[in-house]
Design a protein around this ligand. Structure first.
Ligand code: KG4
Ligand code: ZN
Length: 360
């Protein structure tokens, strides 16, 4: 096999990122991985503001690409290809990354490889842990909550997805409601440490249903109602609300992922059953502990890539492109960026999402 070196670019949401990944007979290597987080720009608004995100990508991306190339100590002529996320994500942000990637590719006379952001998350565990297909992926971030059976490069089966809020979004909205700082996940987790998880019983939406989908908006409404009934919230109330919320989502994940593991046990050609977790919510210790125990119980190996590769980054985009090139999958070099781009376009629309054909 020849050596493949890819420059990857990621700008689908609020991280401006560039990375260089190399793959050859000796294995895979991240030569550089530069991420600039826009958290400070959006903190005052309690969430990502699309217009601000696109502007910040425009201002930062050139420097981030320059830094990634310098860290990797290579020139554009040494690249095999240039890859960028072309969906799903915020349209203005996607356009910045896709245009920049394509321009660098054209100017250096290299192919451009458009990458689905979710495919980047889905394949990261093969870069970090060299795991074999098929495996099960739980993706829990600010934008996505999905259970995916990863069968091969470009071969994904969505088994479950949220019909409303993403799990990270539910953490962020909980924090905002309780006056805790953005991003909400770490603030809620920290407050929950001093709280009683059984003080408030919050709902576990879609529990016990045959499908493996999620719903978090009812939980958010129940939390708002409980908080409103308390009137003035003291620190202990906030801690108890956070602990009860975290407990409810952890139990919900346990029920849904538990059934997904059992379903995966019936999949053929599995040498070693593996559950991979990706996305920012994977940083949550209570969720990690639950997944570790669940996998042990069900005989699965639990793989959690290092956190900086679980959250949004460009190494995963470069790696997905390397996987595609290796697998010989042809891609359209001139695609339109796509705000919605499900990994499994053939699957039926998600029932209950209220969106026709909505899946991502
Ligand atoms: O993957 P990510 O960095 O970015 C995208 O969503 O694209 O995920 C960010 C999300 C945010 O919603 C944040 O609140 C959540 O991950 N998060 C957490 C924790 N750390 C980050 N949620 C729960 N517990 C955490 N410790
Ligand atoms: Zn992501």
């Amino acid at each position: 096999m020849t050596s493949i070196t890819i420059l990857g670019i990621e700008t689908s949401c609020d991280e401006t990122a560039a990375a260089v990944v190399k793959h050859d007979d000796d294995g895979s290597q991240i030569l550089s991985n530069v991420v600039f987080s826009q958290i400070d720009e959006h903190a005052a608004f309690g969430g990502v503001v699309p217009e601000l995100a696109a502007r910040a990508h425009i201002t930062k991306l050139d420097k981030i690409v320059e830094a990634a190339m310098a860290d990797a100590d290579i020139g554009f002529s040494e690249l095999t290809a240039v890859a960028a996320t072309t969906g799903p994500g915020l349209i203005g942000s996607l356009i910045v990354g896709a245009m920049t990637g394509r321009a660098i590719a054209r100017a250096s006379d290299k192919p451009f490889v458009p990458i689905n952001h979710l495919e980047g998350h889905a394949l990261t565990a093969r870069l970090t842990n060299n795991i074999a297909f098929p495996y099960l992926l739980l993706l829990v971030s600010g934008g996505h909550t999905q259970i995916i059976c990863v069968r091969g490069v470009g071969d994904y089966e969505r088994w479950g997805s949220t019909i409303d809020d993403a799990l990270g979004e539910a953490f962020d909205k909980t924090a905002k409601l309780l006056g805790l700082p953005y991003p909400g996940g770490p603030s809620v987790e920290e407050a929950a440490q001093d709280g009683k998880e059984n003080r408030f019983h919050l709902p576990r939406p879609l529990n016990g249903e045959e499908r493996l989908d999620f719903s978090f908006s009812g939980l958010k409404s129940a939390l708002r109602k409980t908080a409103t009934e308390l009137d003035v919230l003291n620190d202990q109330d906030i801690a108890d609300l956070c602990a009860s919320f975290q407990h409810a989502v952890t139990e919900t994940l346990r029920e849904r992922v538990g059934r997904a593991l059992q379903r995966f046990s019936k999949v053929e050609n599995v040498e070693e059953p593996v559950l991979v977790v990706a996305g920012g919510v994977a940083a949550n210790q209570a969720i990690r502990k639950m997944l570790t125990e669940l996998c042990k119980l069900e005989g699965f190996t639990f793989v959690a890539p290092p956190l900086h590769l679980c959250t949004d980054n460009a190494a995963m985009i470069a790696w997905a492109a390397a996987e595609r090139l290796q697998a010989g999958i042809a891609t359209d070099e001139d695609p339109e960026p796509r705000p919605r781009w499900p990994l499994d376009e053939q699957s039926a629309p998600l029932v209950g999402s209220g969106k026709r054909g909505a899946k991502a």
